[in-house]
Design a binder for this molecule. Structure first.
Ligand code: NAD
Length: 256
């Protein structure tokens, strides 16, 4: 596999508009379980049930019982060398954007700037009735102060929802538009740590491919694109992404 790092580095070096598309797998080395691995969250709970719009609306207490400890867990994590490597690639102008399915904010904390959070973010809370917004700190304070653990809107009293997109909820329009604009311009997509099982984001590799672009996949588990992508790496993101940056250093030092 080592010989694939220079190959990917050369592809990135030559790309005009490279983007990264990341999923839960880039954050497992920061201690956040993904959904579909053997140790993934899906083995303990069914996220489609607890993290769904239907549960939030019908039983906000159950939703917050699951979500509140998850905020504490996510807030205690740190970016890992995989996040750092993508931030470094952006600083060097090698990639233009990180489109992420993750809500953990670790890309921003690692220093990535053009981060498109297509499944929302922990960053804020929102009232679905009157559209009020609160910060994560306010959301947590209100949840912890409430007898039933449900944070409520100051204005209308409705249960506040976290800024994370729930199953059964529409994707945020602005982020989706930006992600699609990047996908249409991209001549390379580097998929990291995603099973590409969740739509519509999983269409991005096909958008890039059908525009004549290159698809590189770095994910331990299988994806539907494994037979058609240009390069398939099956290592760990925290190892392979820094290795690709090192291969890029070597390429640039050789003056090519
Ligand atoms: P997924 O769980 O479906 O797939 C993750 C993939 O990453 C798997 O194929 C797994 O084998 C691979 N993987 C695990 N650790 C890896 C590593 N260190 N290096 C490389 N590959 C690794 O995740 P998904 O495709 O992102 O879809 C799940 C949905 O769950 C997304 O919508 C996402 O929003 C959400 N989610 C987010 C987080 C987070 O914010 N960190 C965590 C769990 C789930």
């Amino acid at each position: 596999m080592d010989d694939l790092y220079p190959t990917v580095a050369k592809m990135l070096h030559e790309a005009r508009h490279a983007i990264a598309l990341t999923g839960a797998g880039i954050s497992t080395e920061s201690g956040i379980p993904d959904f579909r691995s053997a140790e993934g969250m899906w083995q303990q709970v069914n996220p489609m049930e607890v993290a769904s719009m239907a549960t939030f609306l019908s039983d906000p207490q159950r939703f917050w019982e699951f979500h509140r400890p998850r905020i504490t867990m996510l807030e205690a994590t740190q970016p890992n060398p995989g996040h750092d490597a993508l931030a470094e690639l952006e600083r060097r102008g090698v990639i233009r954007a990180v489109v992420t399915q993750n809500i953990d904010r670790l890309h921003r904390r690692a220093g990535s700037r053009e981060v498109i959070e297509v499944h929302g973010s922990l960053e804020r809370g929102v009232c679905l009735r009157c559209d009020a917004r609160v910060t994560l700190d306010e959301l947590v304070e209100r949840a912890d102060a409430a007898d039933d653990g449900v944070p409520r809107c100051d204005g209308c009293g409705f249960a506040l929802k976290s800024g994370v997109v729930l199953f059964g909820e529409a994707m945020p329009a602005e982020a989706t538009t930006r992600a699609w604009e990047h996908a249409q311009q991209a001549d390379l997509v580097l998929v990291v740590g995603s099973s590409l099982a969740v739509g519509p984001v999983n269409q991005i590799p096909e958008i890039v491919r059908s525009g004549g672009g290159t698809v590189v996949i770095l994910t331990e588990g299988d994806t539907p694109y494994d037979d058609v992508c240009d390069v398939r790496l099956r290592g760990r993101a925290g190892h392979d992404l820094p290795a690709i940056v090192a291969a890029l250093d070597a390429l640039e030092a050789a003056g090519s």
